[in-house]
Design a protein. Structure first.
Length: 377
């Protein structure tokens, strides 16, 4: 059944094509009638494209029919008539195509000249489009409404692509070689990369907007750092072509500065930090603010801690040392607060005298050494 259908459909399709091709090729093409010329050129191209396949079609069909007959499979009489007539009709169509091609050659030459001029004009147009695209597309990290800019650029780019495809179709009909139009290809590549980059920027900014509302004591530095490093990894995985763009550089710098600031905030969460240390930090950053439990990550980021990372580390180190000193002084103070002197009476005068206490003198010596070390540090 499949073979029968193949034979019937193949011959019917060829007969219909020959009928339409002959009718179209026999129409006169008035000079200046572009649509009529295009119609004829499309038919000439269709005949040329299927010539080899059609030339080799008849023998396999005859073999298929012989095979079907060997299995006593009956075919309509029309099949035998078509198989007899169509080879000659097909040859006549090919001859007609050659004749018509010769007849329309002057018109074709004229149209080829016009198409080449249009190709040259479009080449200039795409260069100007490329220049405008580089100016208008959101390559800057501070671009406003980047997705609106991308949508507009994509619409304009698609209009250029449609124009190019129409030109290519005409050029194909008239055997004209069309330039590669590399500027348009660059725009298509870059608009796709811009979309990927801005999706990443939007995702990073959305996360940061949520983070900056967090009270500073509740900041989960480890989680934020992990997220930022994931953003950095995704950014690095983008096409290398994007690395020269300001938008890429801006996001890369934002991530790096935040990672550095979070390191500083981790240090500042040290319990050794006192109010005086916050004042030292304000002096270092030249930014004044009031440190409370309601202070948020946003307030701390306003200090631009990534610029004073060394100062923060020095302040925290100093605070830790001061805390250690305070602990030693407190222990010494508590020791001497509870310390008691023992007295004995002089054997002649009865005057009370401080009794020698080895533990007291040993403690005094040790504490003096500790205080000297503190003073030297």
């Amino acid at each position: 059944e499949h073979l029968v259908r193949f034979v019937i459909d193949s011959l019917a399709e060829l007969e219909e094509f020959i009928k339409e091709a002959d009718a179209g090729l026999l129409r006169k093409v008035p000079e200046g009638d572009y649509n009529a010329l295009v119609g004829v050129m499309e038919l000439l191209l269709a005949v040329r494209d299927r010539q080899m396949a059609t030339d080799e079609l008849f023998e396999p069909l005859k073999q298929t029919i012989t095979l079907l007959e060997s299995y006593e499979q009956k075919l309509p009489d029309q099949i035998y008539i078509q198989l007899e007539e169509l080879p000659e009709k097909w040859n006549n169509t090919k001859k007609l195509a050659v004749s018509v091609k010769h007849d329309v050659a002057p018109l074709q030459i004229s149209e080829v000249t016009l198409i080449r001029k249009r190709c040259t004009a479009f080449d200039v147009k795409q260069v100007h489009f490329r220049e405008r695209f580089c100016l208008d597309a959101p390559f800057s990290f501070n671009a406003r409404n980047p997705y609106s800019l991308l949508d507009k650029a994509n619409i304009d780019l698609q209009a250029m692509e449609d124009e190019k495809l129409h030109l290519q179709q005409s050029a194909t009909l008239f055997d004209v070689v069309v330039p590669d139009y590399k500027q348009l290809k660059k725009c298509f590549k870059e608009i796709k990369l811009l979309k990927e980059l801005w999706d990443l920027i939007h995702s990073a900014r959305s996360s940061i907007v949520d983070w900056v509302k967090t009270p500073w004591r509740q900041i989960n530095v480890e989680q934020m750092d992990m997220e930022l490093r994931r953003f950095a990894k995704d950014l690095l995985s983008l096409d290398k072509h994007t690395r020269s763009w300001n938008a890429y550089f801006g996001l890369d710098l934002l991530i790096k500065n935040l990672i550095t600031s979070l390191r500083a905030i981790t240090d500042l969460q040290n319990p050794a930090i006192r109010d005086r240390h916050w004042h030292q930090l304000m002096n270092a950053t030249k930014v004044q603010f009031t440190m409370t439990e309601q202070t948020t990550l946003s307030d701390l980021l306003a200090l631009e801690l990534h610029k004073v990372e060394d100062e923060v580390r020095n302040i925290v180190d100093k605070a830790v040392k001061e805390m250690g000193t305070e602990k030693i002084l407190l222990e010494i103070s508590q020791t001497w607060t509870s310390m008691e002197f023992s007295y004995e009476h002089h054997h002649r005068t009865g005057t009370p005298l401080i009794q020698a206490d080895e533990l007291l003198f040993e403690t005094l010596d040790n504490n003096q050494v500790q205080l000297q070390v503190i003073m030297q540090s």
